[in-house]
Ligand binder design. Structure first.
Ligand SMILES: *[C@@H]1O[C@H](CO)[C@@H](O)[C@H](O)[C@H]1NC(C)=O
Length: 165
């Protein structure tokens, strides 16, 4: 007779296989294909440092034909590793304030060919400008607050004064 524990052991793998998305193996090779493309881009680039995948913005394709080109969009960011390193990009930390490139094109999932067609363009660094803007806004807000408060204090003092009529 099957105990609850036995049934649990049967149920668990079944539940897991239902919960896991069926594309997980496909997604992994899509991600791997992108990483492989990043490796090739690194080899070809004239940059001093390795770039590493920052975010994969496109979804794995439904078409599972490994030969057909799959559209991809992703960003890469400069790491602290010089290009001549023996390390993989994934082992390198992102450089603080490192350069970021947005890449777009196609990869193939075929592990043998490794064909890809990708163009990257450097993203304008707006972080510092953005920060400056934010700071100016905060200062502006503080100034306005201060003005209001000092007006209130002035009013208060004015009201304290004995009125001479
Ligand atoms: C990639 O990005 C471009 C521009 O943002 C968009 O038109 C295209 O649909 C994206 N492709 C994928 C596969 O997400």
């Amino acid at each position: 007779m099957a105990t609850w524990r036995d049934r649990g052991q049967l149920l668990l793998p079944l539940l897991l296989s239902m919960l896991l998305p069926p594309v997980s193996a496909q997604a992994l090779s899509y991600l791997d294909a992108v990483r492989r493309a990043v490796d090739s881009l690194n080899q070809r680039s004239a940059d001093a440092n390795l770039f590493r995948l920052l975010s994969l913005e496109s979804e794995p394709p439904e078409d599972e034909d490994p030969e057909s080109p799959k559209p991809v969009n992703f960003t890469v960011k400069e790491t602290v590793c010089p290009k001549r390193t023996q390390l993989q990009p994934e082992q390198c930390d992102f450089k603080e304030d490192g350069r970021v490139k947005r890449c777009s094109g196609t990869v193939t999932l075929d592990s043998a060919s490794g064909a890809f067609n990708i163009r990257c363009t450097e993203v304008q660094r707006s972080r510092k400008e953005g920060l400056g803007k934010l700071l100016r806004k905060v200062v502006q807000k503080l100034k306005e607050k201060f003005k209001k408060i000092s007006q209130k204090i002035k009013d208060f003092i004015y009201n304290l004064k004995p009125r001479s009529e």
